[in-house]
Design a protein around this ligand. Structure first.
Ligand code: NAD
Length: 508
């Protein structure tokens, strides 16, 4: 049961459990029901109770949203707003996020299972992202290019057009902000499709964007399944760019579908991220960070440090302590005081995690913590899973190579720096990684050698709005955040003016 004092804040777009109708699609400045009238139950992952009812849109709704975004873009009114005005809107969204911080933190906690504290941290991070792009919006209008006398050459930036944005369930608010803030800064219009499992804070952010002054048609929201409501975004000729965060298999499908109309494609996909521990570090601190890296948000983090690579000399002491602390992690509903790991997001997702753990056992990896659901009677209705540590792992195992996206960490051993680097790069992914050492030069050498989009030295997890985020290899295409995150949403145009054209007579 929900805690009596923590319930989902009410909102016009969130219908009461049991309702047969809902108006949670936002198209052309109006909250609407799905055309076919369908609705979906959104569950609390901590006990499988119904939190709210939302509209279950389909292809027709997404096409209506694309048409609205196209009209809003083509009319020119929005894209001709000044960059400074768009920056002001982004600042207003940031102010409104902070005004409603506690409400949004509760929404995100109930919807995803994360703790309220983490929900609040997400709101703060997202606020910073909106402020960063608010500041950047009017800072770079283009440049003059060196040209011969009599020629004037300049490069200017223009919005790409209609952007489709598809987001996953682990960080619904945050992943959307990384797309929406730069897209608004650059003057695009958009259609957003959140994960059907966790759509609540996406609707809230859309509501705040309208309150901040975004005109009708610029930001549109469809909810529904990937194949029904999402797929039209990667197929439709009126969508100019598709930005997707989610799994590798879906990413491939989206890229293939987008190739038909040669859309711009930005993909933020999975990771199987190495966290390398050299023996010259303070073990207490390294174990502490390794726990955070592996088990924060129950490991449902694309950059989770799920693949520990530990030096032989400290392997036994490190893993013994890691297992002891993993067993002591307090699991429970994210709204309860002192809880550190909430439930997994859905029954289907927990089933995937359990299958991966079973495969790890078959492969010969040995579990020294977790490996099962919790025993507590009050946790039996939710989708909980105990933090799990595998040792005796090697690089050939599925449990080491494939993303589990749950509270599961594997440990491999190494002896030399070269071996550590080789293992750290032995992945099809390349999203992020960590290296722990008190030797500064070694830290820099390993960071330079790792083929991953982000490398932390003696830390794990932090990011800045101003620093690019994205993957090498199969972790994705393009970058979010930073200057490159804005460039994803801009077309560069070269304008060449001949100041004194004279006949060239090439053809006589
Ligand atoms: P998913 O790929 O199953 O779904 C993501 C989104 O795609 C959802 O909104 C879904 O409805 C939609 N979708 C599904 N099929 C579609 C289709 N055919 N066309 C269009 N849209 C479709 O991923 P998930 O399970 O929600 O999220 C987990 C994955 O996301 C993990 O692999 C994780 O690593 C990745 N992720 C990556 C980052 C990053 O920054 N690189 C961040 C967060 C999550």
């Amino acid at each position: 049961m929900n805690q009596p004092n923590v319930t989902l804040p009410s909102a016009p777009y969130l219908a009461e459990p049991g309702s047969a109708t809902a108006t949670s699609l936002y198209i052309d400045g109006e909250w609407r029901a799905a055309r076919n009238g369908r609705v979906r139950e959104i569950l609390d992952p901590a006990d499988a109770s119904v939190l709210t009812i939302v509209s279950e849109g389909g292809r027709a709704d997404t096409e209506a949203a694309i048409a609205a975004a196209r009209r809003a873009f083509d009319s020119g009114e929005w894209r001709r707003t000044t960059a400074a005005d768009r920056g002001d809107i982004l600042h207003r969204i940031a102010d409104l996020l902070q005004r409603d911080r506690e409400e949004i933190a509760v929404m995100e906690s109930l919807d995803t299972g994360k703790t309220i504290e983490e929900g609040g941290m997400d709101v703060d991070d997202v606020t910073d992202v909106f402020r960063y792009y608010a500041g950047l919006a009017d800072k770079d209008a283009g440049r003059l290019v060196a040209a011969p006398e009599g020629v004037h050459s300049k490069v200017v930036y223009e919005p790409v057009g209609v952007c489709g944005m598809i987001t996953p369930w682990n960080y619904p608010l945050l992943q959307l902000a990384w797309k929406m803030a730069p897209a608004i800064a650059a003057g695009n219009t958009m259609v957003i499709k959140p994960s059907e499992v966790t759509p609540v804070t996406t609707a809230k952010l859309v509501e705040l964007s309208t309150e901040a002054g975004i005109p009708a048609g610029v930001v549109n929201l469809v909810m529904g399944s990937g194949p029904d409501a999402g797929a039209p975004l990667s197929e439709h000729p009126d969508v100019d760019l598709i930005s997707f965060t989610g799994g590798l298999v879906t990413g491939r499908r989206i890229m293939a579908a987008a190739s038909e109309t040669v859309k711009k494609v930005a993909l933020e996909l999975g990771g199987k991220n190495p966290n390398i521990i050299f023996p010259d570090v303070d073990l207490d601190t390294a174990v502490d960070y390794a726990l955070n890296a592996a088990f924060f948000h129950s490991g449902q983090v694309c950059s989770a440090g799920a693949r520990l690579i530990v030096h032989n000399e400290v392997h036994d002491a490190f893993t013994t302590e890691l297992a002891r602390r993993a067993e002591a992690i307090r699991i429970g509903r994210g709204q309860d005081e002192g809880v550190r790991c909430g439930p997994l997001t859905s029954a289907e997702h927990r089933a995937k995690v359990e299958k991966a753990v079973a495969r790890g056992r078959e492969e010969g990896a040995r579990i020294i913590a977790g490996g099962k659901r919790p025993d507590e009677p009050e946790l039996q209705d939710g989708y909980f899973y105990r933090p799990t540590v595998f040792v005796d792992c090697d690089r050939s195992m599925d449990i080491v190579q494939n993303e589990v996206f749950g509270p599961v960490v594997t440990v491999e051993r190494f002896e030399t720096e070269e071996q550590a680097i080789e293992l750290g790069n032995d992945t099809d992914y390349g999203l992020s990684g960590g290296v722990w050492t008190s030797d500064t030069a070694r830290g820099e050498r390993v960071a330079a050698a790792l083929r991953h989009g982000t490398v932390w030295i003696n830390d794990y997890g932090p990011y800045f709005p101003g620093a690019e985020w994205g993957g090498f290899g199969r972790s994705g295409v393009g970058r979010e955040l930073g200057l490159a995150g804005l460039d994803e949403y801009r077309e560069a145009k070269h304008i060449y003016r001949n100041l004194a054209p004279e006949p060239q007579r090439w053809f006589g």
